[in-house]
Design a protein around this ligand. Sequence first.
Ligand SMILES: Nc1ncnc2c1ncn2[C@@H]1O[C@H](COP(=O)(O)OP(=O)(O)OP(=O)(O)O)[C@@H](O)[C@H]1O
Length: 242
Amino acid sequence: MTLLKVENVVKKFGGLRALDGVSFELGRGEFVAVVGPNGSGKTTLLNVINGVYKPDEGRVVFEGRDVTDMPPYKRARLGISRAFQVPRPFPELTVLENVVVGAIFNGGYGKEEAVRVAEEALRFVKLYEKRHQLAGKLTFNELRLLELARALAGRPKLLLLDEVMAGLTPTEIDEMAALLRRLSDERGISAISMVEHRMRAVAQLADRVIVMHQGRIIAEGPPEKALSDPRVVEVYLGKPWR
Ligand SMILES: Nc1ncnc2c1ncn2[C@@H]1O[C@H](COP(=O)(O)OP(=O)(O)OP(=O)(O)O)[C@@H](O)[C@H]1O
């Protein structure tokens, strides 16, 4: 069943068409990786989906409802959630308290329920043992996991993930990729993730890969098929695919 429809979206910055007629659909529980060279429009696409940018043309439809003119906080209430590349926790609060805040403000839970949901989210990302530590004391990788747990506690139906792999070690990247896979397999949450680091290895875990170039989708499909498309090979030619 379709969760999200992006229809013919154009987003211009001055004379530049950062998105130049982008259309795709996302099913419930589907995990899509968006790849493409720097400046191809990946971040702009996520910003149009969560409402940071209003497109100049085209529509964004979520669960059959046109959300093109809806601001980000209202889209968050409908279940469109964003986890950022650079996590911004409250360093003076504990790990658990940080996630509880997410559950109360984005998930709309009461306090007791929020604690239960937050603990469950922390178990899911394997940060439960550190729940009483101050967030300011976490490592970079743990902060990423905390950011994910915060997003999860907001009851998302669709998670938009900026480059969550940047700055992680290869082992941490593999663990994060496996975690994203579990989001859809175990939670039925759809995810759209930008992937740049270890692109091939990570994109292969996705249900579908969307390849962007100069504001357009140049290939789309199962990972192996999309990544071996001749246009994609050309775009990435001369670059190491890892
Ligand atoms: N706020 C803005 N104002 C002007 N130009 C912008 C703005 N945001 C993005 N752009 C331009 O739009 C194009 C697409 O940028 P975008 O950030 O979406 O690409 P990207 O694929 O996410 O690349 P990167 O991985 O480098 O962030 C680029 O040419 C970029 O310079």
